[in-house]
Design a protein around this ligand. Sequence first.
Ligand code: ATP
Ligand code: MG
Length: 324
Amino acid sequence: MTRILTGIQASGRPHLGNILGAILPAIKLSQKPDTESFLFIADLHSMTTVKNAQTLADNTRAVASAWLACGFDADTNFFYRQSRLAGYHTELLWYLSCQTPYPMLANAHSFKDKSDRLSDVNAGLFTYPVLQAADIVLYKANFVPVGKDQKQHLEMSKDIAAAFNRTFGDILVLPEPLIDESVMVIPGTDGSKMSKSYNNYIDIFLPEKQLLKSIKSIISDSTPLEEPKNPDNDITFKLFSLIAEQADIDTMRDNYLRGGYGYGHAKQALFELIWKRFEKERELFNYYMEDKDALEKKLKAGEEKAGEIARQTITEVRSVLGFN
Ligand code: ATP
Ligand code: MG
């Protein structure tokens, strides 16, 4: 049995980047035979940026609803909120912190990136990769499907687990990243990585008008309507190519190169594509957002199941540490 694990932060509403880069690939993997999938909402991680309890709860609900809306089978897998099993996650975080070299964390790209952008650079942001390592090894996950932006974090998780094993014996499973090279880092409306915390994201679950508005906010250059445009430099085209059928991508490329086709036309086409492609998902998402009990029931059951596994690992870890 292979164990696959993926977490998504509750730092905002789940967006197109999360869905194409993490949620859909993880769901596909969860449908393979002989695999067990652990999908969780990383609400403890989100506390590095979200400081309001209600916002955190709302985001958590949105992320959980997105998993279910995109087709994750919570009954045959493991589906939980990290915060509800916080005792296990944070206990292991401490044990692993004591095996983690300080410079490894200081050199993390995402820390540097976030500390440049954010005004609140807290210690949680710094130790984030260690909590992530704990999240993974707690469930003895073999594979962690992630977007390219998470590659370095995954290497750290593996190094941290290996350091623990060298000192205390081979008890932690070393996780491997699963990076689908065909899924790139999806750009946001401003051209940098689409992120919940950068406010540059496209929320595919928005109502029609708001979705259109957010797609219209994608930046583009100032080439006039009648002139040819370079599709490879354009964010709208990139996003369109990630979802559309090949024939439609080719047509749009030709339109760009020919001229007389404006960015506004491309944005309208992208909007129509997203609106249609995620119609079923939008409906299910709204159902789980509205029916809190239905969602809560799935999560509670998942937390019970996942808690069993976490407890077993913590018992083994305590035992090699001499804490039993
Ligand atoms: P935050 O801004 O809080 O870091 P995020 O949008 O980057 O949020 P995460 O919760 O950090 O989302 O990541 C969840 C998963 O989504 C990870 O597997 C990550 O690789 C993937 N992911 C996030 N953003 C993108 C993106 N722009 N393109 C592809 N995959 C992405
Ligand atoms: Mg991120």
